[in-house]
Design a protein around this ligand. Sequence first.
Ligand code: SF4
Length: 614
Amino acid sequence: MPGASEQLAVDGVLAKRIRLFETRPSQQEMAAEIEAVIDRGGALIAESGTGTGKTFAYLVPVIQSGRRAILSTATKTLQDQLFDRDLPLVREALDLPLQVARLKGRSNYLCLYRYKTNGMEVFKMGAAMRSDFDQIRQWSAFTPSGDIGEVDDIAEDSRVWPMVTSTLDNCLGGKCPDVEKCWVIQARKEAMNADLVVINHHLFFADLNLKEEGFGQLLPGAEVVVFDEAHRLPGIAQDFVGEGVTGYQFYELAKDLRVEERREKSGVEGMIGAADKLEKAAADLRLSLGRESRRGALADIEGDQEFQKAVNRLSEALIHFTGLLEAAAPVGDGLERCYQRAHSLRERFHLILDRDSIESVRWFETTPRSFSLRMTPLDIGTTYRKLIASDDRAWLFTSATLSINGDFSLYQERMGLEEAMTALWQSPFDYQSQALLYLPEGLPEPRISGYTELAIEAIIPVLKATAGRAFILFTSYCALDIAHEVLEGEIDHPLLVQGSAPRGELLEQFRKAGDAVLLGTSSFWEGIDVRGEALSCVVIDKLPFAVPDEPVLRGRMAALEAEGRNPFFELQVPEAAITLKQGAGRLIRDASDRGVLMICDPRLVTKGYGKTFL
Ligand code: SF4
């Protein structure tokens, strides 16, 4: 069989069988390198500039190798795109027998047991919930996979979903009366039997961290593991490794206990009352953290009396509840599972609140209804170091943004991949002739009050010159709101603003309008592909330094300082440079694209570190 590089050549099988396939030398080189890594094992960190065609560059050697493989992408949308679009194209072109499967986290599948047992509870929760539940009933009769992504008409954040899907905590596993027909188990079986499984990074970390069955069984059988959009791994890992509890875990436990107590009738006096108290104490803890959604270090709020009182009340309620449940557990499997959840919740809750450690950061986050308390190790690289050192399979980490001017050390250190090989393929685009970089003169430093208004003044003439067709990417919602206010009425082009409609819808409107201006923050800095003239200008309001009081970043900075290192130059500047590269990368997506990149922040030229960004 020809090698991967030959398959991707002008006269290769992909050119013959895929319409509009373009041969790219950098793609061929990358495919050959990946093929070699698959043969000899080890880890490769591969940066491939926009337009290299990295997806085909790894799909061809992975499929041709005939080895069992796991492909992981950053989001469920990218996972579906890879599984439904790119993978079938390459598989058919290569014409090789290959069994493939897509596996998502368990919360993406209907849980038959919870769907049946929570029916009564849902019907008490109002007309909207009843209507959602009704749709699920109709869909559940015909679904081929139990994947709730097939249900379009129910909002992603509907309260019905947690009631008809499972978590590791509330799944009854082998003791479940519906285990034979369980969708989660079926999806995992299919994945176990497949040659190639497409997952997402969240699933990888969730299962790795929870040591849950499923992926834990999948990984040992895989000979090749590919992480696409690998620049997202550190951020996602940070939210999964370590320990955590959430308000929802308390609310759900209390709710499930009431259902199981009604079903299994333990007869333990005060059981329902204890569940009510637990739920209320968790809700009170949420209230003690203030109304707005925020994130911060636990150490900063532990002196707050309201918070401390709420913590103590929740701790007492949890201890009392777990004590009663211990007596109720032998009555039935449902109550037994509730007891195990309560016990584990109690352990984690006290671990996070009681222990301070220089190796981890304890932090909190609030949403309108819930809270999270987490303990995150500062060195997330341990996970990979252990995994990779312990086996001889091939690991590929790929993305368009992993290095800073060819230096991968920040990524390697963060991910524990110091021993990995690195490689870089530049974008085949001719940025010199396709793009123009504009750095406006005369703007003050962003810390000066009124900076955003002045930056917008400088942006308006550019928008007029490009006839709209622009993304303006902000580093904060506050700046986005100011720009929205100033630009409305100032420009004669459709103004699309993040938050006014779902991201996909805004992008669709942007493409259709052909002269729109889109204002966005972080979620628009990456993973967006608008080709052609509709996007001819990308404006960046300021250098995207992470918020320095973000608790995990603060912990990492303190750890570097303790080692006598400089966190600003070794951490903040390089991470911001990678984010800037992502944002700027939205502009040129095709060999025929042309456009202007405007970066307003004067620090790019006035500060010594500015050259790291250019
Ligand atoms: S085994 Fe778990 S996920 Fe499957 S139906 Fe039963 S409770 Fe739900």
